[in-house]
Design a protein. Sequence first.
Length: 257
Amino acid sequence: MSEAIRDLGHGFWTIRGDLKIGGLLNVGTQAGLVQLASGRFVVLDSYPLRGQVRDRVMALTDGGRAVEAVLNLHPFHTLHCAATARDFPQARLYGTRRHWHQHRDLPWQAEPVDSDDVRAMFASDLHLTVPDGIDLACPNERVHAGSVLAWHRRSGTLHVDDTINVMPVPRLLRRLVRNPRIFLHPTMPQALLPRPDAPELFGRWVHHLAAQCSGLRWLCAAHSGLREFPAGQFATELAAAFRRMEPRLARAAAARA
């Protein structure tokens, strides 16, 4: 994987970045740039901008001055918050409570990114949604299933970190596997809230998301990549991903009962 910025049209650019585990395995990461109806911009997630990617972002945003907010959407994606805050010092900085605790020195806004207030602020351009039935930030720090998802209706783009993934395909097989399968994060059963109806709540949320994003063209998933969909296909594949996960959720809920 190499750093790149891609214009998905209608005011959405996806930034595909590098994230190396142990300095060797590049699992990739992402950020997004959204142009609001006002003409100003919002950055989705934090990533250190370099080289041609940085040049492109700064050219689009008047040297960064047109970025009005940075929305950090995944409570466990905290490595690059300080770098992005430095790149856009005038932007309002939003994150989850875990972001606040990890970076106490940054000028966070008082409202967490998963709050109703923040959702309302950007509702005319972005729909921010938090999965029901699961913990956004689990005490077990290996469980990364929860996140805030950002749906950009104008471009038909869903930006999501970890909650929904695209199956990684080795470089040599990419010409053969054109449409890699989507799947829900494997730690989802561990993220269930301690209540008997948690799987049902999560299932309802999944089906609502599928209906809401029925016109989806692009799925921007952290780590695993970017996938384009024909009209209507995302809803079908997301429902199938939930069906594959549903027995594991039921067993996890039963074990807690």
